[in-house]
Design a binder for this molecule. Structure first.
Ligand SMILES: [Ca+2]
Ligand SMILES: [Ca+2]
Ligand SMILES: [Ca+2]
Length: 729
């Protein structure tokens, strides 16, 4: 579903804009391949400081004369619910932001944009501002983690009367907005109190004043900007917004912003459900070659063709939803193939591509076939893959890595030959160029009750085949009116630290047999989190993975989810079936190198610069143990309190020159720990030292290495250190 091998090259202006950023890229991580190294945190804090004081003088090679502001709304896919036309699904959102990074667009904070508009500072060319209206939960669960990973700032416009309120959809609460503010990338601004038409409400002043006040009280900051609900405003509304103290206001009219654009009528391009990556490029005014970017063939593109049979075109976004672009094609299944649709990309170069497919989500997922036949014709033949179109909908689903020739000789076909469901869906196919050695994408992990070695129980459970189980059956247990007497646990292998969405599949029944209060526990970073799920469904089956939310998970193999029968009833039952763990974003991380400057790296004693092959950045340091103790210290400016994993990069050498037990001392939250690393092996990669709770800020020397080793003739290598954020307490 996602790939690691992108070459995400951010152009220089963003670093200059955001302050003096020591080189944080140029190294090779253990993930292999070129990939974008995160800007260090000081760049973010420098950004905030600069924007706060507006002390930025501008060292940019080129200054922009206009800026694009984008307006998103919900960035989550709701399986089983009707979509809104303003939704953008997470994988599509990620495609858009990776395009901005890849092509050197400069995503700037909203405050920087407004200060430029006032004439107080400059902006780079290709300046972009990301805004999100309505404070939907998906902005916190999906958009923000992706923005953290790509280091892109933005603004959430919240209508404060609905903060933390569940309507047909959930909205971020004040804790979530506080977390977002503190992280430092996304700021919360006003979208009024109740989201009225401001030209029609009788509470115009209260809507403007009370929303601003609520944000300032709850977030401890000054609220400066307003987005008009429904884009509805007139001269009276503008005057009221000015009187309430707003410095700028945003409409829903598309267009570029110039310094001559009225400050209370700033324009925004809306990005909604029908906008493909190609459509987003158009909104960006991009007409060049997107080297390294994915080649996406939608069913509406010229690369799509019907080879045989009847393929209906569907796509009303309020009835058949979850599709890519404005519509999709659908064929009735048949026991013998009678309909084939083909997606033919025009590939820029011969090489390896990761291939993904996208399909829509019918209201009843069982209308889709559980085994759609895909044929991938590539450089060395044709490969066959079956895809369960009932799950992983509205996202890029991985079909594998294949070699293709440049041009149009390769393609993906979808057949209607199937034995389950009613339809097969042909919607879009993506070809992502990769190197042959790039890590393969993380596909959603599904652990069923029948998965060998990964499902365990305590207490009494029995098999059940009724009510649409995942796979062939599920387990059911009688409930307990007191504490739990039966538990079921799913163990999974999490490939790397990051943010994951967890869904659970269960079989439903009425209130006689199922509970509305089934406690699932997720073993996330910082502690267990219990989510109560309603397993009653008079419609006869959930038939889908019901989301427990998004969680920060560590890499490794361990119990990830459990469910118990502590439902407050000894007559109802609990269903334990399958779980799905879907990758959302990598854990953010921050690198301090030996070249990062005195605030982030310092030494005592004599160290020698060494440009050994395999160093991080341009060089590394070495010091011999003989002749007195030497130390090297890395510091980090951490954005939020939380659990972090420090790791260190050194240049390994033979026993003649390196020690097998080099002490690293970690200072965390008022305490220290010492961990030893063998510098004769595992060089030129980040090696984890452990996981500890760190407070935000730069008050402690987080990682220190010393020459306190056994052999005085040995040397110690000091190069770079990394701090990976795993999650909150
Ligand atoms: Ca489509
Ligand atoms: Ca099952
Ligand atoms: Ca270095």
């Amino acid at each position: 579903m996602v790939y690691e091998d992108h070459v995400l090259v951010r152009q220089a202006p963003i670093e200059l804009l955001w302050g003096a950023v020591p080189s944080a890229r140029g190294g090779q991580s253990k993930l292999g391949g070129d990939h974008f190294m995160k800007l260090t945190l000081r760049s973010l804090l420098a950004c905030a400081a600069l924007l706060g004081s507006m002390g930025f003088t501008g060292k940019l090679a080129a200054q922009g004369t206009s800026a694009r502001v984008f307006m998103f709304h919900e960035t989550k896919f709701y399986d089983g619910q009707v979509a809104a036309t303003s939704d953008v699904y997470p994988d599509n959102f990620r495609d858009m932001l990776e395009f901005l990074a890849r092509r050197g667009y400069n995503v700037i904070p909203i405050s920087h944009f407004v200060e430029w508009h006032k004439g107080n500072t400059t902006i780079p060319t290709n300046a972009v501002v990301l805004t999100f209206d309505d404070n939907y939960i998906g902005n916190h669960e999906f958009a923000h983690p992706i923005m953290q990973e790509l280091v892109m700032p933005g603004c959430f416009f919240a209508h404060t009367g609905y903060v933390g309120v569940v309507t047909s959809r959930d909205h971020g609460d004040w804790n979530e907005l506080n977390f977002t503010e503190k992280w430092g990338l996304v700021t919360c601004e006003s979208h009024t109190v109740t989201h009225p038409y401001l030209t029609q409400t009788s509470n115009l002043n209260a809507e403007l004043v009370n929303s601003k006040q609520a944000i300032e009280t709850n977030l401890g900051k000054t609220c400066k900007y307003l987005a008009y609900p429904f884009g509805d405003y007139n001269s009276t509304v503008i005057a009221a917004a000015q009187a309430a103290g707003y410095e700028a206001a945003f409409t829903t009219q598309g267009g570029l912003n110039y310094q001559s654009t009225p400050r209370y009528e700033l324009k925004r391009y809306g990005v909604g459900i029908d906008v493909t990556l190609a459509g987003f490029k158009s909104l960006c005014g991009f007409t060049g070659t997107d080297t390294g970017g994915p080649i996406i063939v939608d069913n509406a593109d010229s690369g799509f063709s019907v080879r045989s049979g009847t393929w209906s075109t569907l796509g009303s976004s309020t009835s058949n939803y979850g599709h890519y672009g404005s519509n999709y094609r659908q064929a009735n299944i048949a026991s013998t193939e009678s309909a084939v649709a083909r997606f033919t990309p025009s590939l820029p170069s011969t090489g390896y591509y990761d291939v993904f497919t996208w399909y829509q989500a019918p209201t009843d997922p069982y209308l889709n076939t559980a085994a759609a036949l895909y044929r991938i014709t590539h450089k060395t033949g044709t490969s066959t893959v079956y895809v369960n179109q009932r799950i992983n909908k509205a996202s890029w689903v991985y079909l594998g890595r294949y070699q293709f020739n440049s041009g149009t000789s390769g393609y993906v076909e979808i057949s209607n030959q199937a034995s389950s469901g009613s339809y097969v869906c042909a919607d879009a196919v993506k070809f992502q160029p990769v190197s042959s050695t790039a890590p393969t994408p993380i596909t959603p992990i599904i652990v069923d009750n029948s998965t060998a070695g990964a499902f365990s129980t305590t207490g009494t459970w029995s098999d059940s085949t009724s009510g649409y189980p995942y796979g062939t059956n599920c387990k059911v247990a009688l409930g307990s009116s007191g504490s739990a007497t039966a538990t079921a646990t799913w163990t999974a292998t999490i490939p790397r630290h990051g943010v994951y969405e967890i869904g659970v599949w269960f079989t439903t029944s009425n209130s006689t047999y199922r509970s509305a209060n089934v406690p699932y526990t997720v073993y996330a970073v910082g502690g267990n989190k219990t989510v109560t799920v309603n397993q009653q469904d008079s419609a006869g089956g959930a038939k889908r993975f019901v989301s427990l939310g998004t969680f920060r998970l560590k890499a490794g193999t361990y119990p990830v989810v459990s469910v118990s029968n502590a439902i407050g009833s000894s007559t109802q039952y609990v269903s334990a079936d399958a779980i799905r763990i879907a990758w959302v974003a990598n854990a953010p991380y921050f690198v301090s190198d030996n070249t990062s400057g005195a605030a982030y790296f310092s030494t005592s004693g004599t160290w020698t610069t060494s440009a050994n092959t395999g160093c991080y950045g341009t060089n590394s340091l070495v010091a011999q143990a003989a002749g007195g103790l030497k130390t090297a210290t890395w510091k980090f400016n951490l954005p939020v309190n939380g659990v972090y994993e420090p790791s260190v990069w050194y240049v390994a050498a033979s026993d003649t020159y390196r020690s097998t037990a080099v002490p690293y001392t970690i200072t965390y939250n008022g305490d220290t720990a010492t961990v030893y690393q063998n510098q004769t092996i595992n060089g030129s990669q980040f090696n984890a030292l452990g996981q500890w709770w760190f407070n935000a800020g730069i008050s402690v020397p987080a990682v220190q290495v010393s020459t306190n080793i056994a052999d005085p003739n040995d040397y110690v290598s000091a190069d770079a250190a990394k701090m990976t954020y795993l999650g909150p307490q």
